[in-house]
Ligand binder design. Structure first.
Ligand code: ZN
Length: 271
């Protein structure tokens, strides 16, 4: 079933006004950038609206990357470069994607930020931050295979209920499709299965796919991405630091793939 439920919630009143953070233009343009934090954690900045996705983590899970002490401090105290964040988006509760305590700390430090995620994640962060006002949380849990839409600072954000890969399955796992300066898809740990991504057919085309690096390691994987997700550009995440050199070598000849390997690495998205 591709039926897509629609929940339009305007939470722009809580978000930073678009353009308020738009003073860091690169190449004479307003920001359209993905900045790496660690593992699946990135910040997507679109015309001054900033989304922090799967970035407030602490110990993580070995062998995956964790934020440096400086990054962790900047995320949790909402200091540059991770200040003026409009929304924190979390795909699922696994420790390499979420620290509920770090997320609550971020929300406490940044009064204009909201958390947008599934009910399962919102419950966990509210338990870690019972002092935080209910208005700071937007819980959306589409049925499996369906999506729901909200607005953050005027930017449409679709939550996609995608099935998690492998073992130790979380109850609720979502991806995010953000219609910003480029339409960016972050899939978390979604399973590489065509049926899992069938819901994309009813949504705006993906321009930039932020995907686990294993999606594109071999030709069958790349064929899956080309046919089921169809991004014009791929940003590979979730890469263990110890494997970075080897994977970079393997993918050096694959066009349109940029691997996230260095803390604070910035990928400027062409308009
Ligand atoms: Zn996971």
């Amino acid at each position: 079933m591709l039926k897509r439920s629609l929940a339009v919630l305007s939470i722009g009143g809580l978000a930073w006004a678009a353009g308020a953070a738009g003073t860091t233009a690169e190449h004479g343009q307003r920001p359209c950038v993905i900045q790496y934090v660690a593992n699946a954690g990135v910040m997507f900045e679109t015309d001054g609206t900033r989304f922090l996705i799967d970035a407030p983590i602490r110990e993580g899970i070995q062998p995956y990357a964790t934020p440096t002490a400086r990054q962790r401090h900047a995320v949790e105290t909402a200091q540059p470069p991770f200040d003026k964040v409009s929304a924190v988006l979390i795909t699922h509760w696994h420790e390499d994607h979420l620290s509920a305590e770090a997320t609550a700390a971020q929300l406490r430090s940044s009064s204009a930020t909201v958390l947008v995620s599934s009910r399962e994640i919102v419950d966990r962060v509210q338990r870690a931050g019972p002092d935080l006002a209910p208005a700071r949380f937007v819980a959306l849990t589409p049925a499996p295979g369906e999506s729901q839409r909200t607005l953050v600072g005027g930017v449409p954000v679709h939550l996609l209920r995608l099935r998690h890969t492998g073992r130790r399955l979380p109850e609720q796992h979502v991806g995010f499709l953000i219609e910003g300066c480029r339409t960016v898809l972050h899939v978390g740990d979604a399973d590489t299965d065509a049926e899992n991504f069938a819901l994309l057919r009813a949504l705006p085309p993906v321009e930039v796919g932020v995907l686990p690096f294993w999606y594109v390691l071999d030709e069958p994987g790349r064929t899956f991405v080309r046919t089921s997700i169809r991004p014009s550009r791929i940003i590979g995440m979730h890469l263990p630091p110890a494997e970075a050199a080897d994977v970079s070598r393997k993918l050096s000849s694959v066009a349109d793939v940029t691997l996230l390997t260095e803390p604070d690495q910035r990928v400027v998205l062409a308009r």
